[in-house]
Ligand binder design. Structure first.
Ligand code: URA
Length: 488
């Protein structure tokens, strides 16, 4: 292969926008097929000059550019990175891939490392946007509209917009960012220019609900400031209504923890129903076509958001999927999310979760190192006045949701699973188990998976007699100590 010597007349490629992947691909194809060396090309973003790209040499007739498909889809993510060097890096990789087809497998190669780091950074930024966009309601001449302001680190608005369409299909919304905006009118998605923060409405009634909700779910006993900042970097705090509470909550955490321990388990607050209305989720209409082949827990979690395998999704706020490191040694399986889990989108954060956390701590098990999930992923309840009362899932709901639990087991491959209560045992073992008789035992399934049986922590909460409650707590602690021994 001969490289064209173009040291004196470099090629300038002007792309139409920061995320002009089609423009980059078109130019890169022509350049690569003419074997133009990466150092002879400069890449800029200039919408007005973009037509100049036509001056590039045409690709030789019938020439075919053979590039791994995965490179193309990963390059589509990397082009959203804010590093101005990304276009050149992508072309350099493309050019090198023609000579070194296995290049992307060389993890120590500096270009590959940079490529991977950029891909990860874009993925993380997209995740943060999904987690931290907060809509504010405004009235327009066409009715209700929801507007959010977000400051991404990378050019991810276009790439993330379809997620928000799927999630909030039923409402009209606009997400404003400094470099681009995305707008959905119920039928059409449009991408427009960037905006200033002042263009977004400052506050509305929903903020109060978020703040009350955040204060209610804040668990001072589990406060880990560094971990919290890692998950919710300070950069995002200023655009989150609940973030205004964080400094006070952190400062009062010790006192609040003491109060919390002394308090009886909380009842779902009346504002939860309203919060549910504001935080609704529209199931993914395409979920039914899913082929069920997922390669990561994140991919399954994403797919489960649109689950319609049983009717429970209709009344629940959202799917509450399992959470924890993908390589956790132990997986805890509860029954189903409760009122607070349904709102928070996270398993075991309500009263039963607090008992569970405290006993795990006493047993020396770090919850952060375990995977915690439920047999059923949607909250089933009976409305009673303003409250939502937990209702036990039936066998067909457990059976329907086993699809997701099986995926979690297949991907996380825990060495030990702990069934917390009869519903979890039914899902994991396929038959009814008398938990009080078999607690503390390990049952080995046909596939070799070891299932440790114990009670559900909410059982402790329901015991009215204090002495009996403490005795049951002690028995559960012993079970968790046994789990700890089995883990190692
Ligand atoms: N009970 C459960 O089984 N799971 C939860 O997530 C919360 C309460």
């Amino acid at each position: 292969m001969q490289t064209m010597q173009l040291a004196f007349s470099p090629f300038n490629v002007a792309l139409a926008s920061e995320t002009d992947f089609a423009g980059w691909r078109n130019a890169a194809r022509k350049l690569a097929l003419n074997d133009i060396a990466p150092q002879a090309v400069t890449w800029v973003v200039d919408a007005s000059a973009a037509k100049e790209e036509e001056t590039l040499p045409e690709a030789p007739e019938k020439a075919h550019l053979d590039v791994p498909r995965s490179f193309v889809s990963r390059a589509e993510a990397v082009i959203c990175h804010s590093d101005p060097e990304r276009f050149a890096l992508l072309y350099r990789l493309l050019w090198r891939l023609r000579r070194e087809p296995k290049l992307l497998e060389i993890a120590s190669d500096p270009d590959v490392r940079r490529f991977e780091a950029m891909e990860k950074a874009v993925g993380r930024d997209m995740h943060k946007m999904r987690a931290f966009v907060r809509f504010r309601r405004i009235e327009t001449s066409n009715g209700e509209h929801f507007v959010a302001w977000f400051e991404p680190s990378h050019f991810i608005v276009e790439r993330n917009a379809t997620f928000f369409v799927r999630r909030f299909t039923g409402m009209c919304w606009t997400i404003l960012t400094p470099y681009a905006s995305a707008s959905w009118n119920g039928e059409t998605l449009s991408i427009g220019p960037g905006a200033a923060k002042a263009d977004a409405p400052a506050e509305d009634a929903a903020e109060e609900l978020w703040q009350t909700y955040f204060q209610n779910i804040f668990n001072p006993a589990r406060l880990k400031v560094q971990a919290m900042q890692k998950e919710m970097p300070k950069k995002y705090w200023r655009n989150l209504p609940e973030a205004a509470l964080i400094p006070d909550l952190i400062a009062g955490a010790d006192e609040a923890a003491r109060e919390m321990i002394a308090r009886m388990p909380t009842q779902p607050a009346s504002h939860h129903t309203k919060a549910q209305a504001l935080h609704w989720q529209v199931p993914d209409a395409h979920a039914e076509n899913d082929d069920g082949n997922y390669h990561s827990l994140d991919a399954v979690r994403e797919a489960a958001k649109g689950c319609r395998r049983c009717p429970l999704w209709r009344d629940a706020t959202q799917t509450v999927f399992g959470d924890g490191p993908p390589d956790a040694e132990v997986m805890f399986v509860g029954e189903q999310p409760g009122d607070q889990e349904d709102i928070a989108g996270k398993a075991f954060v309500g009263p039963a979760g607090k008992v569970f956390d405290a006993i795990l701590d006493d047993a020396g098990i770090d919850r952060q190192k375990t995977y915690v999930t439920n047999a059923v992923k949607h909250f089933k309840f009976e409305p009673r006045g303003k409250r939502r009362i937990h209702s036990k899932p039936n066998t067909s709901e457990v059976q329907a949701c086993r699809w997701w639990l099986d995926k979690e087991l297949a991907l996380a491959k825990p060495r030990l699973v702990v069934a917390l209560g009869a519903t979890a045992a039914l899902s994991l073992l396929g038959k009814s188990i008398a938990i009080t008789k078999m607690r503390g035992e390990v049952v080995e399934r046909e596939d070799g998976l070891r299932v440790f049986l114990t009670i559900h922590p909410s059982f402790i909460l329901r015991i009215p007699d204090e002495a009996e409650k403490q005795a049951e707590r002690g028995r559960f602690l012993n079970d968790m100590r046994a789990v700890k021994r089995l883990m190692s």
